[in-house]
Design a protein around this ligand. Structure first.
Ligand code: IPE
Ligand code: IPE
Ligand code: MG
Length: 222
């Protein structure tokens, strides 16, 4: 199937509820969620998506318990080491966006390594990590010395090189953006599904693209 979605954002929500429903510790939900993230990179590649942005960890997520934050950082390390080959196989450029200075130093190094190792590829996977849309806009505004305009502010965003999002998918049943790519999502079609992230499949992704095709036709007045 072909899709006209070129730039996609995904809010991967519902990991803990998935685990709880299965009677598993919450971290198991995050672990399964990471497996789906890696698979989803592959699915997006197969569908020909040029840019896909995943919301992995928000500015607000730092307020979770130390135990959960540590476990999530452990999974990030696992992704940057054990899962690295699976990601590199996809021939996609990996770029992290967010306040990476808050991430443990040794992981920052692995992040920079992965980014530079993949920088020749044209399709881009953006991982929003320690990311908040408001923080992104405020940080950009603070770099501008003269008058702020939409054009110069946009150029100063962490996501300056990311095209506007065509569609945002949020799993887990909530209908909100939770501070995700506020600038780039301004004109995105918003697709919500009750499916929790670890249960998300290629079929679900396909369904969202079909929904998108129908929707843009309606918007075009056809
Ligand atoms: C999303 O799942 C993953 C992160 C925010 C890191 P949650 O951890 O928010 O899981 P729920 O939404 O509470 O089920
Ligand atoms: C959004 O999920 C952030 C990520 C998916 C990383 P949250 O679970 O943190 O958001 P809220 O609390 O439902 O708004
Ligand atoms: Mg959540």
């Amino acid at each position: 199937m072909k899709t006209s979605v070129q730039t996609l954002g995904i809010i991967m929500d519902g990991n803990r509820r998935y685990a709880t429903q299965k009677g598993l510790p919450r971290i198991e939900g995050h672990r399964s969620g990471l497996d789906i993230l890696v698979k989803c990179i592959e699915w997006c590649n197969e569908f020909g998506i040029k840019d896909v942005a995943f919301y992995a960890f928000s500015t607000e997520n730092w307020k979770r318990s130390k135990q959960e934050v540590d476990a999530l950082m452990g999974l990030l390390e696992y992704m940057l080491t054990e899962k690295k080959e699976d990601i590199l196989k996809q021939d996609v450029r990996i770029r992290f966006v967010g306040d990476i200075t808050k991430i443990p130093k040794k992981l920052q190094k692995l992040i920079v390594e992965m980014e530079s190792q993949t920088k020749k590829h044209t399709k881009t996977v953006w991982i929003c990590l320690s990311y908040g849309g408001r923080a992104e806009i405020v940080t950009a505004a603070n770099t501008i010395t003269g008058t702020i305009t939409e054009t110069n502010l946009e150029k100063s965003l962490w996501t300056a090189d990311m095209p506007d999002l065509d569609m945002v998918i949020r799993t887990g049943g909530n209908h909100r953006l939770s501070n995700f790519l506020l600038w780039k999502a301004s004109y995105a079609e918003l697709y919500f599904t009750k499916t929790k992230w670890p249960a998300f499949t290629k079929q679900h992704l396909k369904r969202s693209f079909e929904w998108y095709e129908k929707n843009i036709q309606i918007n075009n007045g056809k």
